[in-house]
Write a protein that binds this ligand. Structure first.
Ligand code: AMP
Length: 216
């Protein structure tokens, strides 16, 4: 099964994707992570997209389509992908449709994490990412502790685009460009609504209830 995790920035897509990877032996592909990796490694692509990503605007569809073609044609990931932060507009959704068909795969479901704007801002401002293991924490709501995290605290990092000004622009982009995709998936009967305001474990229970039966 391939799954699209949908929702505004800060909805908890990355956190739930990490849980799903562990429980269902799937692979997470986050276009945001792939782009940040290019920036960190100072590649040609990284240099080209740095200001766009840090301003919270979408990078061009051509760049994203190239990245996703490589992922979807890779046999290692065949029908075992969780898409986090992709597709981000109708063009990308249509291209994903094209690529899944071309490489003989399918989207099994789309999980929409519903979270209100006020909570998103709070979550984004507190978000911390472990650069060592990839786990995501929140300094206010879900801090890293000895129990839930084994890496040194020095690895906890903040994203440059997780600030008050840029989150507003990222949210606007989500409303204008990304949200319209929901109708595309609703028409295909793939859409499931999830209460993204619940506790992390409760959200994951809900997700398990939906994707567990798809695994069989
Ligand atoms: P994210 O990590 O998903 O919050 O993405 C961080 C930033 O990376 C976004 O604000 C965009 O600038 C860029 N980005 C991530 N995914 C995409 C995508 N599918 N299409 C275009 N830009 C993207």
């Amino acid at each position: 099964m391939n799954i699209v995790l949908f929702g505004p920035p800060g909805a908890g897509k990355g956190t739930q994707a990490n849980n799903m990877v562990k429980r269902f032996s799937l692979f997470k592909v986050s276009t945001g992570d792939l782009l940040r990796e290019e920036i960190k490694n100072n590649t040609n692509l990284g240099t080209k997209i740095k200001s766009t990503v840090n301003a919270g605007i979408l990078v061009s569809d051509d760049i994203i389509d190239d990245l996703m073609t490589k992922v979807l044609r890779d046999k290692k990931f065949y029908n075992r992908l969780i898409f986090d932060g992709y597709p981000r507009n109708l063009n990308q959704a249509e291209n994903l449709d094209f690529l899944t068909k071309k490489y003989n795969q399918k989207i099994s479901c789309v999980l929409n994490l519903n979270v209100d704007k006020e909570s998103i801002i709070k979550r984004v401002l507190g978000r911390q990412i472990c650069t060592n293991c990839g786990l995501i924490f929140n300094e206010y709501f879900n801090p890293s502790t000895k129990k839930n995290h084994h890496c040194d605290l020095k690895f906890l990092d903040k994203r440059p685009d997780d600030n008050e000004k840029i989150i507003i622009s990222r949210f606007e982009t989500y409303l204008n460009k990304t949200l319209p995709i929901l109708d595309f998936y609703k028409e295909q009967n793939l859409l499931h609504q999830i209460n993204g305001m619940a506790k992390i474990d409760q959200i994951f229970e809900e997700i398990r209830g939906i994707i567990g039966p798809l695994e069989a």
